[in-house]
Design a protein around this ligand. Structure first.
Ligand SMILES: Nc1ncnc2c1ncn2[C@@H]1O[C@H](COP(=O)(O)OP(=O)(O)OP(=O)(O)O)[C@@H](O)[C@H]1O
Ligand SMILES: [Mg+2]
Length: 327
């Protein structure tokens, strides 16, 4: 298999903003450890779903991958090249190959620009086309994302479109540059439930057509199951389990994954029918629990989990888990 992206021990710690007095009195600087040591390989052509509860660091990881924000430490390797420190012109050129689609199709489009221009914009910035050629590419792309006939949509402003149509524009804007990797951050969570499947199917179709690799961020496991080849489960800034989609869904290993899965209706019965309830709230990412971060909520935590942090290890073929009690 051909590797497109590799994350090596990536961290993003956001400094906590404090008042002057608090800063004077504080013994140490505080950080929100949004992403706290993630290592992961993404294979070319696959859809990797990044799942986990709100606040576990999914969006931060997505933004780190496309270099919208800089990591506190760790390396990002894209197509075999270390892109962690790219700046200026080199970073701009990289952006053609990696695109991000955001959750909110209302906030991500410019309300004062007709959608044809919005889709043309990335091509203009990268100097890839102009004049009638530019217009032709935009028309074709609008058609590819199902905004047909494209002439009808070219001069329309976002306010005239539905949420689903807006997300199609956002997708058009992402694929118009023919990227290799697309990070989609909850692309259907703000869209009417009745339209979600059509957007997911569009994304799957475009993936085939353009040979894309997707990192698909979602808190919705049913969506993850529908779209993903592989699943990575995040908890408090770390990946606790990852593997091929069918293995993770049929045979979840981490107690957290089991709890997540029993909280959603799944089409096929799981091997483990016993319900696992999640106790309590997600702990504060400023001071994550010592040892295994999940131990305060874990139904099977033992002494070692309070003291030591489990590493991700391969429990079965290509299926990784960070838990002392998984055999
Ligand atoms: N720019 C920032 N400054 C400070 N803290 C931040 C910043 N961005 C995110 N955080 C914090 O980092 C943690 C992870 O946030 P993130 O948005 O990555 O989570 P998420 O998994 O995408 O959640 P959701 O499912 O709600 O979108 C949260 O505690 C959040 O408050
Ligand atoms: Mg998010």
């Amino acid at each position: 298999m051909d590797e497109i992206l590799r994350l090596i021990n990536i961290r993003k710690w956001f400094p906590v903003q404090k008042s002057f007095l608090e800063r004077l009195l504080a013994k140490e600087k505080l950080f929100v450890k949004a992403v706290d040591g993630v290592s992961l390989t993404v294979w070319r052509g696959e859809t990797l779903a990044l799942v986990g509860e709100s606040g576990c660091g999914k969006t931060t990881l997505g933004r780190l991958i496309v270099r919208l924000i800089d990591p506190t430490s760790g390396r990002i390797i894209f197509n075999g090249m270390d892109i962690t420190d790219l700046r200026g012109e080199e970073l701009r050129r990289l952006r053609r190959k990696m695109q991000i689609i955001f959750q909110d199709p209302y906030a991500s489009l410019n309300p004062r620009m007709p959608i044809g221009e919005q889709v043309a914009h990335p091509l203009k910035i990268h100097g890839l086309a102009q004049g009638s050629e530019l217009r032709d590419i935009v028309m074709k792309t609008l058609e590819q994302v199902g905004l047909t006939p494209p002439e009808k949509f070219y001069n329309v402003y976002p306010r005239a479109l539905s949420g689903g149509q807006r997300q199609r524009v956002a997708i058009a804007r992402a694929i118009v540059l023919k990227p290799e990797l697309v990070v989609a951050d909850e692309p259907v969570s703000m869209i009417d439930v009745s339209l979600r499947a059509s957007i997911l199917d569009l994304m799957l179709m475009l993936k085939q057509e353009f040979n894309l690799t997707y990192i698909f961020i979602t808190h919705d496991l049913a969506v993850a199951r529908y779209i993903a080849d592989r699943i990575a489960v995040m908890y408090l800034g770390k990946i606790v389990e990852h593997g091929p989609s069918e293995l993770v869904f049929e045979n979840p290993l981490h107690p957290y994954t089991k709890a997540l899965l029993t909280s959603i209706p799944v089409p096929r019965p799981l091997k483990e029918p016993k319900r696992v309830e999640l106790k309590g709230e997600v702990p504060n990412p400023i001071n994550p629990p010592l040892g295994c971060r999940f131990h305060p909520r874990c139904p099977i935590a033992g002494e070692i989990c309070r003291r030591e942090e489990p590493e991700l290890r391969e429990a079965e073929n290509d299926h990784y888990v960070a838990c002392f009690y998984v055999t």
